[in-house]
Design a protein. Structure first.
Length: 474
């Protein structure tokens, strides 16, 4: 291959773009039939196949975590695998391959792709030296060409749409929607406003230097511009007066404004607003891109919110709104990553008799009252769950056993202060080092039973005597 390097230099000099340069390198290397070359260039955070030789099919769209090529791109260092059968990173694409070498393509300080070469024979050191030189020459040519070509607005839009479609959290969708809008039309500031039940717009999330102005703006005026499915944008005419409904925004320093509505099945979900303190001429093609982004973003927002609501309902007790038995055990399993977490178990004293005497409707109201009372006594980081009929459990962040006892006493006092006509018995346990969840719960349960055995209405710290009972308030 060294004999033809001059020919490659000529081919690279004549290459008009990165793709042509990649093809020239691949064609040159492929003269050695034992070698299977491929060049992948980065686009949108993935490696895209620009040229290859000797393959029936190609892998494409590789993330930085995929295979030897992903590893090379991610680390910007060459990777040589002399025996692919023992490499966990090897991705098979051609039978008979015994070795693979991959080299980063550097355009200045920027990694723009990789040169990957598989071989049906062991790679020699002279092969590696020459391939390394070819990778360097290709990177230099790409740099001389001004780097890789930029993505078209449509390509960027589609990439943003795909990213949002994969999101399940509504806040993440909202942030992604703002970032996508500013990428497509880089005015510097953006606001996502959400429609209230009455149809008014309220600020949701904002970004950029004009964010405070956009948040403080009277969004009703923008709502009138987009409520019928219209969009609006300024046209960069400083001599023209602003519409009366937008005069305040202009007076506050907004010289360029674009607003599009977010609609789902004809319902106005909100508005996407972009702004700049500088005068700029907005192309209607840009507005159309934003409309397409807003349409897809609105659907993603609605879906994420519905999914979030379903998850919340699935993870919550429908009567009290607290987490239920399953979510308690899931939270308990994860609590070991937090500071010391005390476990509290609680029963409503005499609840069955109350239900039998006054009916289940009254019992439900008492359950909700107890849940609200104890929730009001929680501190930041504490969590409360309803784990059975009249049984509650809590996870309380504490530093000492005395703090755990004090937290449990606050829960008991909150129920008494609510004057619901009931008392509670509470057992609390602080975990020992290395203790299992089951053992911790068992100690809390034993503490609870000791309170009940002593007459109910009290708090017991595991391995301690329960506090004296206090008569229930009527």
């Amino acid at each position: 291959m060294r004999r033809t390097s001059a020919l490659l230099g000529l081919a690279l000099e004549g290459a008009p773009d990165a793709a042509a340069a990649a093809a020239a390198v691949v064609d040159h290397i492929a003269r050695e039939q034992r070698l299977l070359p491929a060049v992948y260039l980065t686009r949108g955070g993935r490696l895209r196949c620009a040229a290859l030789h000797g393959y029936w099919q190609a892998r494409d769209g590789l993330p930085g975590t995929a295979g030897i090529m992903g590893r090379t791109y991610r680390t910007a260092t060459e990777v040589v695998v002399s025996d692919v059968t023992v490499s966990v990173d090897y991705l098979e694409a051609n039978p008979g391959v015994v070795a693979e070498a991959c080299f980063p393509l550097l355009a200045g300080e920027l990694t723009v792709g990789v040169l990957d070469v598989e071989s049906r024979e062991p790679l020699r050191e002279s092969d590696l030296e020459q391939l390394r030189a070819y990778a360097g020459a290709l990177g230099d040519r790409i740099e001389a060409l001004g780097g890789l070509p930029t993505d078209s607005p449509t390509q960027r839009l589609l990439r943003h749409l795909a990213d949002m479609a994969a999101m399940q959290d509504a806040d993440a969708v909202a942030d992604a929607l703002l970032n996508a809008a500013l990428d497509l039309v880089p005015l510097g500031s953006a606001l996502l406003a959400r429609a209230t039940g009455g149809g008014d717009l309220r600020p949701s999330v904002a970004a950029g230097p004009l964010a405070p102005i956009l948040r403080a703006a009277g969004l009703e005026s923008i709502g009138t511009w987009v409520q019928d499915g219209n969009s609006c944008f300024t046209v960069g005419s400083p001599e023209a007066p602003a519409a009366a409904s937008l005069a305040d925004l202009r007076a506050a320093g907004v010289e360029t404004l674009v607003a599009v509505g977010l609609f789902v099945q004809g319902e106005l979900l909100g508005a996407l607003v972009l702004a700049s303190p500088e005068q700029a001429v907005i192309d209607t093609d840009d507005v159309e891109l934003l409309e397409q982004l807003a349409t897809h973003g609105a659907a993603c927002l609605r879906t994420a919110e519905l999914m979030g609501s379903l998850r919340e309902r699935a993870e919550s007790d429908p009567l009290t709104g607290l987490g239920h038995h399953a979510t308690f055990h899931e939270a308990l399993a994860g609590s070991h990553r937090r500071p010391t977490t005390a476990v509290v178990v609680c029963d409503i004293d005499g609840f069955k008799l109350l239900n039998d005497t006054y009916g289940h409707g009254h019992g439900d109201r008492v359950l909700c009252g107890v849940a609200d009372a104890m929730s009001s006594a929680l501190r930041r980081g504490d969590r409360l769950f309803r784990v059975g009929g009249d049984e509650f459990a809590g996870l309380l962040a504490v530093d000492t056993r005395e703090q755990a006892r004090g937290a449990a006493l606050r829960l008991r006092a909150a129920v008494l202060d609510a004057r619901l006509g009931v008392t509670v018995s509470i057992g609390v346990a602080v975990p020992h080092a290395g203790e299992t969840d089951a053992a911790l719960l068992a100690r809390a349960d034993r503490a609870l039973y000791s309170v009940k055995a002593a007459g109910r209405d009290g708090v017991a710290l595991a391995n301690d005597e329960p506090l004296p009972a206090t008569p229930a308030l009527g």
